[in-house]
Each structure stands twice: as C-alpha cells, then as structure tokens.
Design a protein around this ligand. Structure first.
Ligand SMILES: [Zn+2]
Length: 266
C-alpha cells in the first residue's frame, strides 16, 4: 500500500540518495501520522495507492522524509508516479472543496460505487472537476508562433494556450484563443496529445495548426509579446520537454511544419 499524503499542495515523500519514493504503510506507521479521507485512487507496480490529507501534519520529520510541492515533484519523478500524484491531489482538492452542497448547503456524502459526492437532501451529484485547456503550436513558413505571458519571467517564451469555454469544441477554442491573443487565423488543426496538469485541475490538450491569415497583434491583457521564430532562432528560455508545451516545441524542431512533412515524428 502506497500513500499519497497531502498537506495542502505539498506531498509527503521519502528520499533516498536524492531520489523520490512514495511512502508505504510501514513508513506511515513509523511516522505515527493521522490521516483523513483516505481514498483508493489506483495502483502502482501492484501496490494499491491511497490519497489522503493529514488531519494534522507532523511538525518534525525524520531526515529521509520531506514535503515536496506538486510542481517540484513533476520534475523529480517519472510520468507514471507523477500521474498518480496528480490524480491524488486533484481528488483530495475536490473533496476538500465539495464538503457542502452548492445548491442547498447540506453536508455532501461520498457516493457508493463511483468517484462522486452526493447531497442527501436535494440529490445533486458532484464529480471531480477537470478544466480542459488547449495548447497550440502554430507554424508559418517553417517558423513557430511563440509568446511571452505577462506573468512569465521576461525572455521566457512558450506556445499559446487557453481554457475551453462551455459549449465550445476544442477546434473552435483553438481558433478563438489564437485570434483573441494574437489576431491570427489558423487552419489544419490537428490533435497532438494531452497531459493532465493538476495545478489545480487542468487537462492540457495539445494541437498543431497552420497559419491561415492575419498579422500578429498582441492582446496585452495576457501576453507581453509574441513573434514567429525559426528553428535556429528559438528563444533561450523555453518550457522543459517533460511538459506538453516543450513537446510541441520539440515536434517543431524535428521538422513539424504541417503539410510539408506529413510523416513527422511525434
Ligand atoms: Zn443539496
């Protein structure tokens, strides 16, 4: 049994030679930790995985234990372990923020047989929230559209992204976001891949697209600057290739230009 234990957005981990491990039942017993809301969330190498919050986080930990933020964990663990940690965090966050019914304020209960919370008085059922967002690599004449967000450190550039709105298809969202943020029209929108992004509850859905018209006109409410970049002239500060943003940029660097190389590597 492995425990994905959270104190707000920090997870308890075990360290061995600077490598991150997930605490098991023995570890938890040894630390004499009080947990609440333990939920079975999956398995890892045949060990069942439970997510829980501390009812009271221990003040002092032995040297080989630590709390690690989910963002740091993203870079310190492999995709599978982080996937479970992200799922654990999202479910814990959802339970924590859905103690009471949003319609009649009664105390909600876990629904038997599915991952849901149900209101015993008015019957409303609540499911864990996932906020889908598109992220897009737009290519024009072997150049990639990249932008620097007003919240990014200066000189950090990435591909464009935005949240899906109710009633919108993913393709329509790609077109709207690119148009709103930089005034560009796109075509040949092609699915690339996806990545859960549990900060706190996004799912990034990646696309590639081809420039179809317009001149870059940056909407400064979100972006500081945007431009087309050739492969040899990419900005120095770009997303890590563990992220889907980084993988889209990698796709471009490996020759993805839409229509020109149809068998590009993903
Ligand atoms: Zn209710």
């Amino acid at each position: 049994m492995l425990w994905f234990l959270f104190d707000n957005n920090k997870m308890l981990i075990k360290l061995n030679n600077n490598q991150v491990f997930i605490p098991n039942q023995e570890d938890i017993k040894g630390l004499a930790i009080q947990v609440e809301r333990g939920i079975l969330i999956g398995g890892l190498e045949n060990f069942p995985c439970y997510a829980a919050e501390f009812s009271q986080a221990p003040e002092a930990l032995p040297n080989d234990f630590a709390y690690m933020s989910l963002r740091k964990l993203f870079f310190k663990t492999d995709e599978e372990v982080f996937g479970i940690a992200g799922r654990a965090y999202q479910i814990i966050h959802w339970v924590r923020t859905h103690q009471y019914c949003g319609k009649c304020s009664s105390l909600m209960e876990n629904k038997a047989g599915e991952l849901a919370r149900k209101c015993p008085s008015c019957g409303i059922t609540s499911y864990p929230r996932i906020s889908p967002a598109v992220i897009v690599a737009v290519v024009k004449d072997e150049q990639l559209l990249m932008a620097s967000n007003i919240n990014f450190p200066t000189s950090f550039y990435s591909v464009l992204a935005g949240f899906v709105e109710p009633g919108e298809t993913l393709e329509a969202c790609v077109q709207r976001e690119i148009k709103e943020e930089v005034g560009i029209e796109v075509k040949n929108i092609t699915y690339f891949g996806s990545q859960p992004w549990p900060f706190p509850d996004s799912l990034m859905i990646g696309f590639t697209a081809e420039y179809a018209g317009g001149e870059i006109a940056v909407d400064n409410t979100e972006l500081a600057t945007a431009d087309w970049f050739a492969r040899t002239q990419l900005p120095g500060n770009i997303p890590d290739n563990k992220t889907i943003a980084g993988r889209l940029i990698e796709w471009f660097l490996q020759g993805g230009t839409h229509g020109l190389y149809s068998n590009n590597k993903r």
